[in-house]
Design a protein around this ligand. Structure first.
Ligand SMILES: *Cc1c(COP(=O)(O)O)cnc(C)c1O
Length: 377
C-alpha cells in the first residue's frame, strides 16, 4: 500500500546549522541574531513597515486585536470559513463576531457583502487569504477607509502570496503570518505581525514585550524599562527563528517546489474538471498564490466522504477542515451571520484538500491523481 501523508513539516537541511549557531551565541530567548534576521528578511520580502516575530499566528492575531483597541461590544467582520483563531483573538477582548458569506470561487470573504454588515459598532474587517490566494483588497480597504475601521489581514496561509504585486499581510493596517508546521514555512510553532503604519510600531513592540518598553531600553532610548501598557508574552525563542531562517533565507526554494506540485495536480486533474466531475481552485488575475493548498470540490458532502475513504484505502491522506464557525457552539455564542449563508456551508462540505508539502514527489502526485480518476470512472 502507498503511504502519502497529507503534510510533512518543511525541512531543507540548513536549519541544523543555524540552530547550533543560536545555541553557540548563548542567547536563546527572543530578539537575538535569528529573530532579527527573520524580521529583516520578512520586511524585505513584504515591504511592511515593521515585522515582529511572535509565538504563533494566533498570538499575532491577538496582538492586532489589542492594537485595534477592541472593547467589549465592538463588532469585527470576518468570514465564517476560517480557523478558530481568527475569531478567538477578538472574542478574547469582548468583541462580537459578524460573519459574512464567502465567494464560492476563492472561498474568501465576499467583498460585496461587507458593507451591509457594517454597523456603528464595527471596529475591524478581517479578510482571510484562504489557501494563500488574496482577497479583493482594493475593495475591502476602500470600504474600511470610508467607514474609518481597521483592516487586519489574516495572512496565516499567505506568506509569498501577492495581490496586485503587494505581499499579502502588507496591505491592511496589520497582517498576521503563521509558521506552524502545517504552513509553507515553519518554525514548529510561530508567527509574525506585519505592522504597516509607522504610528503603530512602538505600541506593537510594547504589547509584544509584556506591556513594557524593553525594546526601547535595548536601543538606548530610555534608561530603564517599565510597564507602560497592556501586553503579553508574544516573543518567540531564538531556536525557533533559527529553524525558520534556514527556510526563508531563500524563500523561492520552498515556493517553487510547491508551485511545481500545484501545477502538476492542476494539469493532471483538468480533464476531470472539463468533464464536470470536480472543480479546481480558481486564482483571480490580480493574485499570485503560494501553493499553500491544493483542493478539489466534489459534488456534495456524500461524494466527498466516499472519495476520502477511497483515497485512504490506498494509503492517501486527504483532509477537509473548518466546520464553519457560525455553526459551531462558540460561534453561536460569540457571533452572528450577516445576511444569508448561501455558500459557506455548502461549499465547505464539498472541499477536499490533497497531500501538499515541500518535497512531494511527482510520482506521488500521479498516484493521487490516478486514484481520483479511478473513483470517477
Ligand atoms: C494556521 C492559521 C492560523 C493560526 O496560526 P497558528 O500559528 O497555528 O496559531 C490562523 N488563521 C488561519 C487562517 C490559519 O490557517
Amino acid at each position: 500500500m502507498n503511504h502519502i501523508p497529507f503534510n510533512i513539516p518543511p525541512y531543507l537541511g540548513t536549519e541544523d546549522k543555524y540552530i547550533k549557531q543560536a545555541i553557540a551565541n548563548r542567547k536563546i530567548c527572543g530578539d537575538g541574531e535569528f529573530t532579527k534576521k527573520c524580521n529583516a528578511k520578512l520586511e524585505e520580502l513584504t515591504g511592511a513597515e515593521k515585522v515582529l516575530m511572535t509565538t504563533s499566528g494566533t498570538s499575532a492575531l491577538e496582538m492586532t486585536s489589542l492594537l485595534c483597541n477592541i472593547q467589549p461590544g465592538d463588532e469585527v467582520i470576518m468570514p465564517s470559513y476560517t480557523f478558530v483563531s481568527t475569531a478567538n483573538a477578538f472574542v478574547l477582548r469582548g468583541a462580537t463576531i459578524v460573519f459574512v458569506d464567502v465567494r464560492p470561487d476563492t472561498m474568501n470573504i465576499d467583498e460585496k457583502l461587507i458593507e451591509e454588515a457594517i454597523t456603528d459598532k464595527t471596529k475591524a474587517i478581517v479578510p482571510v487569504h484562504y489557501a494563500g490566494v488574496g482577497c479583493e483588497m482594493d475593495t475591502i480597504c476602500d470600504i474600511a477607509k470610508r467607514h474609518r475601521i481597521a483592516v487586519v489581514e489574516d495572512a496565516a496561509q499567505g506568506v509569498m502570496g501577492f495581490y496586485k504585486g503587494r505581499a499579502l499581510g502588507s496591505i491592511g493596517d496589520f497582517g498576521c503570518y503563521s509558521f506552524h508546521e502545517t504552513k509553507n514555512y515553519s518554525m514548529g510553532e510561530g508567527g509574525a505581525v506585519l505592522v504597516n503604519r509607522e504610528k503603530d510600531v512602538d505600541r506593537a513592540e510594547v504589547i509584544r514585550e509584556k506591556g513594557t518598553n524593553r525594546s526601547r531600553f535595548f536601543r538606548g532610548q530610555v534608561d530603564k524599562y517599565t510597564w507602560v501598557d497592556v501586553g503579553s508574552s508574544y516573543l518567540q525563542s531564538e531556536l525557533n527563528c533559527a529553524y525558520l531562517y534556514g527556510q526563508i533565507e531563500d524563500p523561492h526554494i520552498i515556493n517553487d517546489d510547491r508551485l511545481r506540485s500545484w501545477n502538476r495536480y492542476y494539469e493532471r486533474l483538468a480533464p476531470l474538471k472539463d468533464k464536470g466531475a470536480i472543480e479546481l481552485p480558481f486564482i483571480p488575475e490580480e493574485c499570485t498564490h503560494n501553493a499553500h493548498m491544493f483542493y478539489i470540490k466534489t459534488k456534495d458532502l456524500e461524494e466527498r466522504t466516499k472519495l476520502t475513504a477511497f483515497l485512504k484505502e490506498d494509503g492517501i491522506s486527504a483532509v477537509f477542515h473548518y466546520i464553519p464557525l457560525h455553526s459551531s457552539p462558540a460561534g453561536v455564542k460569540f457571533g452572528r451571520f450577516s445576511g444569508e449563508d448561501k455558500y459557506t456551508t455548502k461549499e465547505s462540505e464539498r472541499l477536499l484538500r490533497l497531500p501538499m508539502y515541500y518535497g512531494l514527489t511527482e510520482s506521488d502526485i500521479d498516484i493521487v491523481v490516478d486514484r481520483i480518476n479511478r473513483f470517477y470512472q
